[in-house]
Write a protein that binds this ligand. Structure first.
Ligand code: GCO
Ligand code: MG
Length: 405
């Protein structure tokens, strides 16, 4: 293909086939049949991302050479003077991933091949077990194990462990606002009990993990990590909020639980020190929140030098395009750890033909050039944007104080 392929147009779509608003970016080029798709899903502020792309990035990028991804990424990054943050990074990611999709199509190669080839044939993924009682969590685990999964993140009553009102003593002051209240100590106790039972009832073959979702005070987090040591977790996730990263030093020195961190990171200053000091074991950024494949490739290489493995964030608020994009890195990078996977429903598979397939606990990508996942614009219209339920994010502890969700 000749040089000098330029960006003709950039379009943004919002669709909710899973009841969650997903933001998809299409970059069209001067070659009529050559275009790419990227993920720009910041579901909680999707309109702000759409505006950032339509009003700022698209006018700036039209007519530019689509082949120089690095230069375009740096240009987008600097173009607002003040930078970083989930809105701007997601906007950049949508374009960046679409440019990589185009690059792969030009090369006639799936991205993993363009990156340097496979380090493994399939991608082990972990699923979530979460219910209101230990018995029900165990039922879910066994069902996943029957399907071939060997890595399961285990929760009871989601983040904060609000699984059963009768077991949690939620006392709050008069006039305390409504919210998703939880009791940190009861939450900690319940998870220790859960993991004790899982190891007794299900055994040791299963790799288990847990997400603290940055809900505990610093010293409680350390105590919690130490209490979980006997159950040999694959990792304990998001123990601390990003702005308390320096406390990882104490976690690392005082507990042997493997530590995973990073889905809230949006700025390289948040990860540099904790990686260089080897205070964490797994980096799990949300690719679109750091600006897409271009910075993620560099981050993975940076982590490799320090023995930190990847565990990219893979929740439902990520489009199948974004999931496949990061799975190309999963296949390629040497220092891959695990991939979170929340599952696709039928509507998502209809809107996004070419979704990764799961067999016996492993994800497999198709071998189409680029990211390999298409976007059916007509089908997407059947699932228009929805009003999202934010209520779980208004979390509070028993004295009535608002805490991070
Ligand atoms: C995870 C995450 C998610 C987030 C969600 C926020 O580890 O999968 O913590 O469940 O809560 O992406 O919108
Ligand atoms: Mg998490």
């Amino acid at each position: 293909m000749s040089n000098g392929i330029t960006i003709r147009d950039i379009k943004v779509f919002v669709t909710a086939p899973h009841g969650i608003n997903l933001v998809v970016v299409k970059v069209e080029t001067s070659e009529p049949e050559l275009f790419g798709y990227g993920c720009a899903t910041f579901t909680w502020r999707h309109k702000a991302v759409v505006t950032a792309i339509e009003e700022y990035l698209a006018p700036m990028l039209k007519g530019r050479n689509a082949e120089n991804i690095e230069d375009l990424w740096q240009t987008m990054k600097g173009s607002s003077y003040w930078r970083n943050g989930p809105v701007l990074n997601n906007a950049i990611s949508g374009v960046d991933e679409a440019l990589w999709d185009i690059k792969g199509k030009m090369a006639g190669m799936p991205l993993y091949s363009l990156f340097g080839g496979k380090s493994r044939e399939g991608i082990p993924v972990y699923r979530h077990a979460d219910a209101n009682s230990i018995e029900k969590v165990e039922e879910q685990i066994l069902a996943y194990m029957d399907e071939g999964y060997r890595y399961i993140r285990c929760h009871m009553g989601t983040y904060g462990g609000n699984f059963d009102g009768s077991r949690q003593i939620i006392q709050k002051p008069e006039g305390a606002p409504e919210g998703a209240y939880f009791h940190p100590k009861m939450y900690m106790r319940s998870v220790v009990e859960l993991f004790d039972r899982i190891r007794t009832d299900i055994g040791w073959e299963l790799e288990i993990m847990h997400d603290v979702h940055e809900r505990l005070p610093l010293a409680d987090t350390l105590a919690f990590a130490k209490e979980l040591e006997p159950f040999k977790l694959f990792f304990l996730e998001d123990c601390l909020p990003p702005d308390q990263g320096s406390y990882f030093k104490y976690l690392r020195e005082q507990t042997c639980v493997p530590l995973a961190m990073g889905e809230l990171f949006t700025n390289s200053v948040e990860w540099k020190t904790i990686i260089q000091n080897q205070w964490i074991d797994f980096i799990r950024v949300h690719l679109s929140d750091i600006g897409g494949l271009t910075p993620a490739k560099k981050l993975a290489a940076f982590c490799e030098a320090y023995g930190v493995r990847t565990a990219w964030h893979g929740p439902n608020d990520l489009s199948p395009i974004g999931m496949a994009a990061q799975m190309h890195l999963d296949l390629h990078v040497h220092n891959f750890g695990i991939q979170e996977f929340a599952g696709f429903n039928d509507a998502e598979m209809e809107v996004f033909p070419g979704c990764p397939k799961i067999r016996q606990g492993y994800a497999y990508l198709n071998d189409r050039p680029g990211i390999g996942v298409d976007f059916n614009e007509e089908a997407a219209k059947k699932y228009p944007p929805v009003k999202m339920d934010h209520s779980w994010m208004f979390s509070r502890i028993t004295d009535g104080t608002a805490v991070r969700p």
